[in-house]
Design a protein around this ligand. Structure first.
Ligand SMILES: NC(=O)c1ccc[n+]([C@@H]2O[C@H](COP(=O)([O-])OP(=O)(O)OC[C@H]3O[C@@H](n4cnc5c(N)ncnc54)[C@H](OP(=O)(O)O)[C@@H]3O)[C@@H](O)[C@H]2O)c1
Length: 188
């Protein structure tokens, strides 16, 4: 039985849960009890929560696939990322959780496009990055089973580019150049 624990029951956590449920994931839980039952853990929380979660749950997260979804913007200015140049929230989390299989995922797809499975007329595509090929394959298969395209976008180091994409997409939507139901799409 595939068991996924999602931290965060907000906009993104709910949309991701919907995709996984559509794909037949039998058990999707939240972190409510303080005990993580899932073999796969999705962190649909703000960037600012990652360090606390890593500190509190590092033992429980050891050996598990951890998919982090954040766009680490400076939301006071909407003009920069808050991670060090060349780094990423994902790289920071991987350093804090050396025994976990940390992946980047979902940050370049607005929640509405996960639910609709469409960006305009095109299929929504989730981009996944990380250094563990088996972990990426597992997550790509779960998302695909839920009716949303997913692609292995490369190594953990690609999380830097994914966060740059997510940053740009957010500024375009916040500036009303695109809608929150739109965004970047990937064509095969
Ligand atoms: N929304 C999107 O379209 C979208 C797209 C791509 C990426 N993302 C990323 O997805 C993440 C979540 O965004 P969202 O739009 O879903 O935000 P949201 O609707 O505000 O939900 C955030 C969730 O995180 C929880 N949370 C906050 N601090 C926490 C902590 N320390 N420990 C555990 N849970 C905590 C919140 O719980 P409480 O309500 O109890 O505080 C809430 O359930 C963000 O990093 C965002 O950058 C969002």
């Amino acid at each position: 039985m595939t068991n996924v624990t999602i931290f965060g029951t907000g906009t993104m956590g709910s949309a991701i849960a919907g995709v996984l449920a559509a794909g037949g994931v039998e058990h999707i839980g939240s972190d409510g009890t303080g005990t993580i039952s899932g073999d796969i853990v999705v962190l649909a929380v703000p960037y600012t929560a990652l360090a606390d979660i890593a500190a509190k749950y590092s033992d429980q997260l050891a050996g598990k696939i951890v998919v982090e979804t954040t766009n680490p913007l400076d939301f006071s200015t909407f003009d920069s990322l808050v991670v060090a140049d060349g780094s990423s929230a994902t790289a920071e989390l991987a350093s804090a959780l050396p025994a976990s299989k940390v992946l980047k995922g979902f940050n370049t797809t607005f929640a509405a496009t996960l639910s609709s499975k469409k960006v305009g007329d095109l299929a929504t595509t989730v981009l996944i990055a990380g250094d563990d090929d088996d972990a990426k394959r597992t997550v790509v298969e779960l998302i695909t089973a839920g009716g949303v395209r997913a692609i292995d976008a490369g190594a953990l180091s690609r999380a830097h580019e994914l966060e740059a994409m997510g940053f740009l997409q957010l500024t375009l939507a916040a500036g009303e150049k695109i809608s929150w139901t739109g965004g970047f799409a990937t064509v095969e």
